[in-house]
Design a binder for this molecule. Sequence first.
Ligand code: ADP
Length: 274
Amino acid sequence: MAEECNHNCSECSQNCESKGPQSFLEAPNELSKVKKVIGIVSGKGGVGKSIVTSLLAVIMQRRGYNTAILDADITGPSIPKAFGINQKVEGTDTALFPAKSKMGTQIISTNMLLENETDPVIWRGPVVAGVVKQFWKDVIWTDVDYMFVDMPPGTSDVPLTVFQSLPIDAIVIVSSPQKLVKMVVKKAVKMAEMMKISVLGIVENMSYFECPSCHEKHSIFGESHIEDFAKEENIESVSKIPISEKLSSACDKGMIELFEGDWLDNLADKIEKL
Ligand code: ADP
């Protein structure tokens, strides 16, 4: 990829690997500027993909970068709630504007399009994929250093379209300690391999519970094998997030930006070096 890549292949004269007849990449809005795009992926829903997406954006914003979250988890959007954003999306005839969190993260999500946030999104795959593309093409993203994409869970047509349409620089995989999850995570790793996208790291969420009185760590969902798995798959960075009541209540209260914890600092260092 060219050093000064703005992900707008239609205007670029460089002959790089993102281009070519096979490219399904969508051009961003001409007023957008996004330097790096990182996809947050999980083999299945409910493992904490949205929490990890939110935490990474908060950490990088705290480090002084401009961050954005494109919530591509169209049928289970939970990002606006974690950041305490209730407003509807605003725009003109030709463009949409993301909401801004209290610390300045730019955010777009289907919840911001729905009349009631409890309305279900009953759309077929191509419509869902089309909305994600619109979030990339029609939204004006202003001077973003790091955009985090909360990918749709699984490895079906919707995540595949997102992978192909957005210029994803790298992905982070989120898992939980159960064995079954390992099998589905492997699918996500293989999908990234097939798309020739590098895996920056793996996050084991709900990895353990630390007793607040004696500080002993308990493996509620069974022993972790994440290090072995990462070694097998040549993934360098491993992070573990405990089951934390503080974390879930911060999400529920829309106060994720106030979280305390250094679980993802090693991963943030890797993102900084991208
Ligand atoms: P996904 O995006 O993978 O569907 P979410 O990030 O939305 O999963 O998390 C699912 C639910 O689990 C949320 O209610 C969230 O608050 C809770 N949760 C996730 N991770 C943790 C954690 N480490 N500790 C406590 N609750 C968590």
